[in-house]
Design a protein around this ligand. Sequence first.
Ligand code: NI
Length: 226
Amino acid sequence: MLLEIPTILPPDQLAAARKAIEAADWIDGRATAGHQGARVKDNQQLPVDHPVARQVGEQIARALMANPLFLSAALPLHVLPPMFNRYTDGQNFGTHVDGAIRTIPGTGHRMRTDLSCTFFFAGPEEYDGGELIVEDTYGSKSVKLAAGHAILYPGTSLHRVTPVTRGTRLCSFFWIQSLIRRDAQRTMLFEMDTAIQRLGVESALHPSVVQLTGVYHNLLRQWAQL
Ligand code: NI
């Protein structure tokens, strides 16, 4: 499932965070790429231990953990501290798959990358190209979102970023280990939760709301891996 999460940071916080990361010292993005990724990756990144990266990363992670749509869709167990990249002057990232396991910096704790998330700092009017292309069972999806919005997509998918031919694409990216490893199960739980929420608004006292909520939690109990 590909899902857009709108307005993770309000405009004032977004502007302040963007200013801080734009002023930081950037390095070659190949520093964190794996063997296959390094051959097709051409961008810049903030070092993971950069104080600005840590501070803004925490801000994004905190906002997500308070976002009902994100929580319902991702069912997060671990969120890797967000990282930051930018593409300019024809830079791009060819087709690749993200590594399955990542180590959380400073902890030695390893996590599975069930979901990938890209958060857009620059709006689509600021640059040409720079689309995130995600290959899905139904074909390729092209994603370029408004500033402050994020896209959530399965970590299993092949994806790429097309060359930026004007301006600068500035994003944060990170991975999530979900309580639910399988995308199909996670998608069903998300659809069920969405339907229950809607039913709860339209017909709060209907006894089926409680019954369906029970089924949702019992499925979660069956499938969740802690
Ligand atoms: Ni990737």
